[in-house]
Design a protein around this ligand. Structure first.
Ligand SMILES: Cc1cc2nc3c(=O)[nH]c(=O)nc-3n(C[C@H](O)[C@H](O)[C@H](O)COP(=O)(O)OP(=O)(O)OC[C@H]3O[C@@H](n4cnc5c(N)ncnc54)[C@H](O)[C@@H]3O)c2cc1C
Length: 394
């Protein structure tokens, strides 16, 4: 096929980019190696700020709506907090991703699943050839939405993204319905897993249990930590099904994410929020941000997709940098922060406003006055040394 744009990878980033590009009148081919619907290691939590990036409702794939959180440090006291309304929607990725692809197809995107991309070549005239085992396609634009160290970034010379974090998750079935103690609530447990947390997320007929943290420190401990988490919340660790591990890519500052007629988005660009591990928001945000740059390039008003990089440098990347700095500070000593979330209204309220998209990490640092923001970098640098001493990178 010869099209205006090829998007490789049909996760939330790819389907969003494909839909947004097609909505602007371009012909788009969306390729994925998996047969859809497909699953993906993920908690499937879609925050309110994330859902609001979409021009349609995700209601058809929502299995629970979260209004409360259970917060605990290690084996300490479990404190329930109300968010006063919905803060996150619970979905299963197999359904969410298929639904997002359907929305792209409704906008005219040609979707082909079961098509592993094996090579991407930039031709002399600036167009691209994309090869799968059975097919060969050409396009003026190629978007890599194929996850961490995907083939598009690799073949086009983008730097590989470090695996900042690793996570392990699985499901525990409740065929007669999820117990009331989990419905409408997220369970978050801090302190066991360095650089992250453990969770229990309610779905329609099961709960998703998981643990994630810094890959270098948490990786070897994840299995034991997941078992411990299950026991702590009266769940049988032996009943966990579909246990899967995966990494979460986190880009270093200053990495290139667009060049000439190509760009990388979502996990392929390492855009996961370091503090929360939330990646679907960045997938949708980057998939949306790349589309106007593609339209300008196809329309001949720009020489490449650098406008996308500029948008991300202005909007999402400073947030991820602030998140990364806050993660170091939080992880150096989680207990007082969790105590504040458990007992101090404004602190918990700030976390809820973040998840709803009513506040930003950068904005929150200013709530302690201009000094709060100014101190973020130096305090985070000290905290990082503490964390590195405790969990050396080998
Ligand atoms: C255990 C775990 C729990 C998580 N929980 C949450 C959560 O609750 N909420 C949240 O917001 N984020 C969560 N995340 C992060 C989130 O899953 C990712 O950030 C998100 O999936 C990124 O979307 P994406 O579209 O960029 O990539 P993906 O969803 O990974 O999609 C990439 C697609 O590319 C395809 N592909 C790869 N290579 C090729 C190829 N060569 N040819 C063709 N296709 C290819 C793959 O098949 C895949 O469909 C979690 C991550 C992990 C590991």
């Amino acid at each position: 096929m010869n099209v205006d744009a090829i998007v490789v990878g049909a996760g939330p980033a790819g389907s969003t980019a494909a839909r947004e590009i097609a909505s602007r009148g371009a012909s788009v081919l969306l390729l994925d190696r998996a047969r859809f619907p497909r699953d993906k290691p993920c908690g499937g939590g879609v925050t309110v700020r994330c859902a609001e990036l979409l021009p349609f409702s995700i209601d058809p794939v929502v299995e629970d709506a979260i209004t409360h959180a259970h917060l605990r440090v290690r084996d300490g006291r479990d404190i329930e907090r109300s968010a006063g309304g919905v803060i996150t929607y619970m979905t299963q990725r197999r359904h969410l991703d298929a639904f997002l692809v359907e929305q792209a197809q409704a906008r005219g995107v040609e979707f082909r699943d079961g098509q592993t991309v094996t090579d991407v070549i930039r031709l002399g005239d600036g167009t691209f050839e994309v090869r799968t085992k059975d097919e060969q396609h050409t396009a003026r634009v190629v978007i890599g939405a194929d996850g961490a160290n995907g083939i598009v970034g690799n073949r086009l010379g983008y730097a590989s993204i470090p695996d900042g974090a690793a996570a392990l998750e699985g499901n525990i079935r409740f065929p007669d319905g999820v117990p009331a103690r989990f419905r409408g609530k997220v369970v978050l447990n801090f302190g066991y897993v360095p650089g992250g947390y453990g969770w229990v997320f309610p779905k329609g007929d099961h709960v998703n249990v998981g643990v994630g943290g810094w890959k270098h420190a948490a990786g070897p401990r994840l299995r034991a930590a997941l078992k411990h988490l299950c026991r702590l919340y009266d769940l049988d660790p032996e009943s966990v099904e579909a246990l899967r591990g995966h990494t979460l890519p986190m880009a270093a500052p200053g990495m290139t994410i667009a060049a000439l007629g190509s760009a990388v988005i979502g996990d392929a660009a390492g855009l996961v929020d370091p503090l929360s591990g939330e990646g679907i928001y960045a997938a949708l945000a980057s998939g949306t941000a790349v589309a106007p740059a593609v339209a300008d390039y196809l329309g001949g008003t720009t020489k490449g997709l650098e406008g996308y990089q500029a948008t991300m440098e202005r909007e999402l990347l400073p947030e991820n940098r602030a998140s990364s700095a806050l993660l170091e500070i939080f992880q150096a000593s989680p207990d007082p922060f969790i105590w504040l979330m458990q007992h101090f209204g404004p602190f918990w309220g700030g976390a809820c406003r973040l998840v709803r998209g009513e506040a930003s990490y950068e904005g929150l640092t200013y709530t302690a006055g201009p000094l709060g923001h100014a101190l973020l970098a130096p305090v985070s640098a000290v905290a990082r040394q503490v964390n590195l001493r405790r969990h050396p990178r080998r």
